[in-house]
Design a protein around this ligand. Structure first.
Ligand code: ATP
Ligand code: MG
Length: 336
């Protein structure tokens, strides 16, 4: 495809569950726009999903096509964006193995995202080695596509930092620009909080409003949302900072001026949480209804989803092999 930008984009999602509203505002919406101007690939990260599901691979396998259906339902076009499967790209695993020798265990343990995920999953010293090393595999993913731009939520920034450290290390060793550094691309909502207000919305934490959520699920998730605990009576002045309903209105309401009016009214007093939640529910229902319907239609033809994924993977396989050959040659290891 002819593109207007020189930047190459890679993003991806772990196949650990259906995608959610955090993905929508954190990266999916942006990917839909970027595919018109950029060369873009999206990786369904099943191997990375296994790093904390090693004993339950079915959980990852079962979610692969659901993630592809999510992409198509929000408007990712497989003629413009390469959608590929991580486990179908052996060059990524080989690159990971090379990079693993250039990263220390203490550096991995210092990675703030890995550190907080190990704590929240209560792994302690029983953390799977693959999980501790997943920043290395992400570096392999990004570099294998020669990606220069990576649209991510802010939880992924430490991964990009670590990727660039590996890139510089490889280039220094090879005394040549074998790999390319990447930059993050953050949206206006780089971290959508969970509906309870604690932590980010995440597939693995069971706190997500998925793109396929039913009207009833959407209603009950909005009803239970964290607001201002001190806003007891409608007439009480309320706080909008940290109030999840307003964070979501900022992220999803189409009219910013209306949201500003609601905020002023809430802060002054006289606006009840029931009313703000109803406004939010309406805009989420409006956003998600067509996505849910398209998602269901795509999922009713699994063979078509598989074909899209296979074609994208075969295309990406060629490119990733080229990068692997470059790294091997740089290390003087390309004997045959
Ligand atoms: P898991 O719990 O399995 O890690 P996840 O919900 O964190 O799943 P990922 O597949 O790890 O989702 O993330 C894919 C992309 O979506 C990343 O770029 C990540 O930053 C972004 N993302 C995930 N959750 C959010 C969120 N709540 N807000 C904004 N972006 C998000
Ligand atoms: Mg995650």
């Amino acid at each position: 495809m002819k593109t207007t930008s020189q930047e190459i984009i890679l993003t991806g999602d772990r196949a650990t569950g259906p995608l959610h509203l955090g993905h929508y505002v954190g990266s999916l919406k942006q990917r839909v726009e970027l595919q018109h101007t950029h060369q873009q690939s999206i990786l369904v990260a099943d191997m990375q999903g296994l790093t904390d599901n090693g004993n339950t691979p079915q959980r990852v396998a079962d979610n692969v096509l659901g993630v592809v259906a999510d992409y198509l339902a929000v408007g990712i076009d497989p003629d413009k964006t390469t959608i590929c499967l991580q486990s179908g790209l052996p060059a990524l695993t080989e690159l990971s193995q090379f990079y693993a020798n250039l990263v220390t265990v203490s550096r991995l343990e210092r990675n703030p995202t890995v550190k907080s995920e190990i704590a929240s999953k209560a792994f302690g010293r029983s953390v799977p080695a693959g999980f501790l090393c997943y920043p290395i595999s992400q570096a392999a993913d990004i570099t294998a596509f020669d990606a220069t731009l990576v649209p991510v939520g802010d939880d992924q920034l430490p991964m990009l930092e670590q990727t660039n450290e590996i890139v510089r290390r490889v280039n220094t060793i090879c005394q040549n620009e074998v790999l390319i550094e990447c930059k993050p691309l953050l949206t206006q909502t780089p971290r959508l909080p969970a509906t309870c207000g604690k932590g980010k919305m995440s597939k693995s934490m069971g706190n997500a409003i998925t793109l396929g959520a039913s009207p009833k699920e959407i209603r009950s998730a909005v009803k239970s949302m964290y607001t201002d605990p001190n806003h007891l009576k409608v007439d009480d002045p309320g706080t909008v900072e940290g109030n999840v309903v307003f964070t979501y209105l900022d992220a999803f309401h189409p009219d910013k001026a209306v949201v500003e009016q609601l905020k002023t009214h809430y802060q002054r007093g006289g606006l009840g949480d029931g009313t703000t939640k109803q406004i939010l529910e309406e805009c989420l229902q409006e956003l998600l209804t067509p996505i849910r319907e398209k998602r269901e239609a795509y999922l009713s033809d699994k063979a078509q989803l598989m074909t899209i994924l296979r074609e994208g993977t075969l295309q990406a396989r060629e490119n990733s092999q080229t990068v692997l050959r470059r790294v091997k040659a740089g290390f003087g290891l390309s004997h045959f």
